[in-house]
Design a protein around this ligand. Structure first.
Ligand SMILES: Cc1cc2nc3c(=O)[nH]c(=O)nc-3n(C[C@H](O)[C@H](O)[C@H](O)COP(=O)(O)O)c2cc1C
Length: 337
């Protein structure tokens, strides 16, 4: 990950070894993705990056619609935009630009030079520091102004983040717990999880055992159990915070374009949390089971839940590996646009 953003003014906007575009792409691949599947490919021509879905990396059992695949792609798009802006160029974004090419999910072009806004610099600098944290968090409550910043981050990307009050929090966590327990009895889910939790030094994707975190034996915080298929790496029990800070990310609509917006909002929220010193966990188990997802729906405004998020003050959490950039850069003729 390049943090030397000041050089951008003198560096060429190419994807070559020292090019500014390459540095931006390194930031893009640091985005979170479901089970660390990294379901993206990038096609660069001139000053334009095309972001393509790699559907071979879709989770057939957990994500048959590809909704979480699109959320993951949206997160990568956000990082790409933030990285360009922090390097002094306006990112010009088009979502789903070619209806005839459904795997082409976005096109981001390096636009005019600009003075990087302070927020973009803070968010881009937070990209390498943001990791999913599955550790217990402290009991220290998250201040209201920090929570307001998180909601504003979602708003800025056309989504909505609702931080739950204690009553709603308990109801949301009940739904997460039910979804998680249901999955633990599903052999197809185990098989899929097994593929993405192998670990090992050569593995550059999937969730490594070091990232599983401990187990809240009371399941107050029902974090996804990645160890369910890895008995040798069973999570050890540990006390978790009793009053977790839980939020639900919503979009008004549930189309691929909404999922891409949700992914960008998700990453903006997570990076804002990182800037404000917060650790975060994504918990999407209930959103993967249609009748449980329906329970999270905000009927008043017609909003669909896209993810459940947990925030707090946590211990250090290590980075999960990424595939090298050259593995996800594809050659190909540019599409029109
Ligand atoms: C759409 C989406 C859904 C996710 N769902 C979960 C989840 O239910 N439980 C969990 O622990 N992590 C979840 N994650 C986090 C990923 O496992 C994580 O991003 C990935 O392993 C890479 O690690 P990193 O976030 O530390 O870079 C999700 C991430 C995304 C983008």
């Amino acid at each position: 990950m390049t943090t030397d953003r000041g050089r951008a003014a003198t560096t060429a906007w190419t994807a070559g070894p020292d090019g500014a575009l390459r540095a931006c792409l390194e930031d893009a691949v640091a985005a979170p993705s479901v089970h660390n599947t990294q379901p993206w490919r990038f096609r660069v021509h001139g000053a334009t990056v095309e972001i393509l879905a790699d559907r071979a990396r879709r989770l057939d059992v957990l994500d048959p619609q590809g909704r979480e695949l699109f959320l993951s792609l949206g997160a990568a798009v956000f990082n790409l935009r933030a990285a360009m802006l922090a390097r002094g160029r306006v990112p010009v974004l088009r979502l789903l630009p070619e209806p005839d090419e459904p795997d082409l999910v976005a096109r981001v072009t390096v636009g005019p030079a600009t003075r990087p806004p302070a927020t973009a610099t803070l968010l881009a600098d937070a990209i390498p520091r943001r990791h999913t944290n599955r550790q217990p968090f402290s009991e220290i409550p998250v201040p209201a102004d920090v929570l307001a910043d998180l909601s504003a981050a979602a708003d800025a990307e056309g989504a909505r983040l609702v931080v739950t009050d204690p009553e709603a929090r308990d109801a949301v966590l009940d739904v997460v717990r039910i979804a998680e327990q249901r999955r633990r009895h599903d052999p197809a889910y185990w098989r899929e999880l097994s593929e993405w939790t192998r670990g090992g030094p050569e593995r550059r994707d999937g969730v490594p055992p070091e990232a599983f975190g401990p187990w809240d034996a009371l399941e107050t915080v029902p974090i996804r159990d990645f160890s369910v298929v890895r008995p040798a790496r069973r999570r050890r029990p540990a006390p978790f915070e009793r009053a977790p800070t839980i939020a639900v990310l919503y979009t008004a609509g549930d189309t691929p374009a909404n999922w891409l917006r949700a992914g960008q909002a998700l990453e903006r929220v997570l990076l804002t949390a990182t800037v404000r010193g917060l650790a975060s966990t994504i918990m999407t188990q209930p959103v993967e089971v249609p009748h449980l997802r329906a329970l999270l729906r905000d009927a008043s405004g017609g909003y669909d839940a896209q993810a459940v998020l947990r925030f707090g003050y946590g211990p250090f959490s290590a980075a999960s590996a990424r595939r090298p950039l050259d593995e996800v850069l594809v050659e190909g003729p540019p599409t029109d646009g």
